[in-house]
Design a protein around this ligand. Structure first.
Ligand code: DX5
Ligand code: ZN
Length: 220
């Protein structure tokens, strides 16, 4: 079955003084915009509080793919779904009740995403597969943009693809995705790609999105 490729640029390395404008620059060629929410507890970095994130989501020219790197995901994730994110991804390491929170995201009208850090096995979550709309396999330790792609995560991507089987679940990778790494990740089974610094540090961000998509499409 041919996989549809999605490019979801992360604005973590974009110009924070004009995020709405930065999203507009890549809107015509991207599927969703990836919004990294960090609370300085779950990860040693802070990006937005709920009020600031709400403003960006309200003004966004693209549907928002929220990646919550926050400690209290069970409370916070449904709130992001309620304010209109198209997709809300929580970390398994930050929730006390994975199935309940996935269900709450869906009932608030968003796609439910489940993320694992590099050290977390995905096999333990195979039993919630029917509550998941997207798996996110981190290919760096969450917290910062611009880190090196962890090729050793490709085994986990392939394992996740097997868990997904024929279901229409997206398989996202996040961290170090660039023209040098997107083909390896596609070969392993990913179909949805976060790219932060590769896109926003490129001279022409929109052209970089087009390039990444073409590289992935040539593999799948
Ligand atoms: C890291 C974030 C990523 C980050 C990716 O914790 O989740 O989304 O923006 O940045 P790059 O593409 O530069 O690795
Ligand atoms: Zn992210």
């Amino acid at each position: 079955m041919p996989r549809e490729i999605r490019i979801t640029p992360s604005i973590l390395n974009a110009n924070f003084d004009d995020l709405t404008g930065e999203i507009r620059r890549i809107a015509a060629v991207s599927d969703l915009v990836h919004l990294d929410v960090m609370d300085n507890i779950f990860v040693p970095n802070f990006t937005f509080d709920f009020a600031a994130a709400s403003e960006i989501i309200k003004e966004s020219a693209l549907p928002v793919d929220a990646h919550l790197m926050v400690a209290d995901a069970d409370t916070i994730a449904p709130q992001y779904a309620e304010i209109g994110c198209a997709s809300v991804t929580l970390h398994v390491e930050a929730t006390k009740n994975v199935p309940a929170t996935l269900r709450a995201i869906r009932s608030a009208g968003a796609r439910a995403g489940l993320a694992v850090k590099p050290g977390t096995d995905i096999s333990d979550y195979a039993d919630v597969v029917d509550l998941v709309d997207m798996f996110l396999i981190m290919t760096v330790e969450p917290g910062f943009g611009g880190q090196s792609f962890m090729k050793e995560m490709m085994e986990k991507v392939t394992k996740t693809r097997k868990i997904i089987g024929d279901r229409p679940i997206w398989l996202q990778v996040d961290g170090g995705i660039s023209p040098e790494t997107i083909e390896i990740a596609t070969e392993a089974g990913a179909d949805t790609f976060v790219a932060g610094s590769a896109v926003f540090r490129a001279p022409d961000p929109a052209q970089m999105v087009v390039t990444l998509r073409a590289l992935a499409n040539a593999v799948k």
